[in-house]
Write a protein that binds this ligand. Structure first.
Ligand SMILES: C[S@@+](CC[C@H](N)C(=O)[O-])C[C@H]1O[C@@H](n2cnc3c(N)ncnc32)[C@H](O)[C@@H]1O
Length: 275
């Protein structure tokens, strides 16, 4: 693969704009530890794209091993070129797998995830069920699958949100300039709950990357996901969301298990399905 200039590398911008790798991994490890009273060691990142989580998992502990599954060879090739060589020995414990996540995977793992709403790519229930069944069948006893979803009054309508991001480094040490991350919800169809959304990147005095990523998602509700998980054979299902600090009007950064969720502007639910 030819090395894209960092100023044109949509995967590098995506990672810097969207992913909170260590925060996500802390939660995945916590759900497993709570249930099993031991640390999870094996992990599968479904819909992995550039395998940021899978690699960071292996970096956390010399006993950790991970599998990263995506059906698109392009982001897997990116991970192979721009990420794995830069973690040296750790790369031996990260396995890139080109596959449809609806196929059961081997070996069985302690923890798996489908984050950043990737599972919303499934528009029909049989496809969602096929994924959940395969994901469950690919977990060890005691294993957990974590999926997230968002909703709220700002979620089901058109909007465009701009966030400034500082300069950072790519996994292979290239400099990524400061940029603006634009999240655009282009349309939402209340009838079939299909959301069309784009990610655009804008670099000051540099190239624009309109529609760097395009999403055609079905916004499944948490209740629909719970029902599908139980039908797929999961024994238990929990919803967690971040705490809210009313004084500073910011999220606290800590996830709490919920029996009730206020339909505020925009919430993100982290769902834990236990095998
Ligand atoms: C939004 S990216 C996820 C990026 C990253 N995992 C994250 O959490 O931000 C979605 C990825 O899912 C992959 N994908 C979509 N359908 C899939 C399927 N049925 N099986 C495997 N991968 C799939 C796409 O190729 C794409 O790389």
């Amino acid at each position: 693969m030819k090395s894209p200039a960092p100023r044109r590398d949509r995967h590098a911008f995506y990672e810097a704009a969207v992913q909170g790798v260590e925060w996500d991994l802390d939660f995945l490890a916590r759900t497993f530890r709570n249930r099993n009273k031991r640390e999870a060691r094996t992990f599968r990142e479904d819909f992995c794209s550039t395998a940021a989580l899978a690699t960071a998992w292996a970096q956390r502990n010399a006993a950790n091993e991970s599998w990263a599954v995506d059906l698109d060879p392009e982001p897997l090739a990116w991970a192979k070129k721009y990420r794995l060589p830069y973690v040296r020995e750790v790369a031996k414990r990260v396995h890139l797998v080109k596959s449809d996540v609806r196929k059961p995977q081997k070996p069985l793992v302690d923890v798996a995830c489908a984050l950043n709403f990737s599972w919303w790519v499934f528009h029909e229930r049989p496809d969602l069920l096929a994924y959940l069944k395969a994901a469950r069948a690919s977990l060890k006893p005691g294993g957990v699958l974590v999926l997230n979803a968002f909703g709220g009054t700002k979620a089901e309508r058109t909007l465009s949100e701009r966030t400034r991001k500082s300069a950072t480094n790519t996994p292979d040490g290239r400099m990524l300039p400061p940029f603006t991350y634009v999240w655009e919800q282009k349309s939402f169809n209340a009838l079939d709950r299909r959301l069309l959304a784009y990610i655009h990147f804008e670099i000051k005095d540099g190239p624009r990357m309109p529609r760097a990523f395009v999403y055609d998602w079905r916004m499944w509700t948490l209740r629909e996901l719970q029902e599908a998980c139980l039908e797929a054979g999961f024994a238990d299902f929990e919803v967690w969301s971040e705490g809210w600090d009313a004084e500073s009007r910011t999220h606290t950064g800590t996830l709490h298990k919920r029996a009730k969720l206020d339909n505020e502007d925009c919430w993100i639910g982290y769902c834990a399905a236990y095998r």
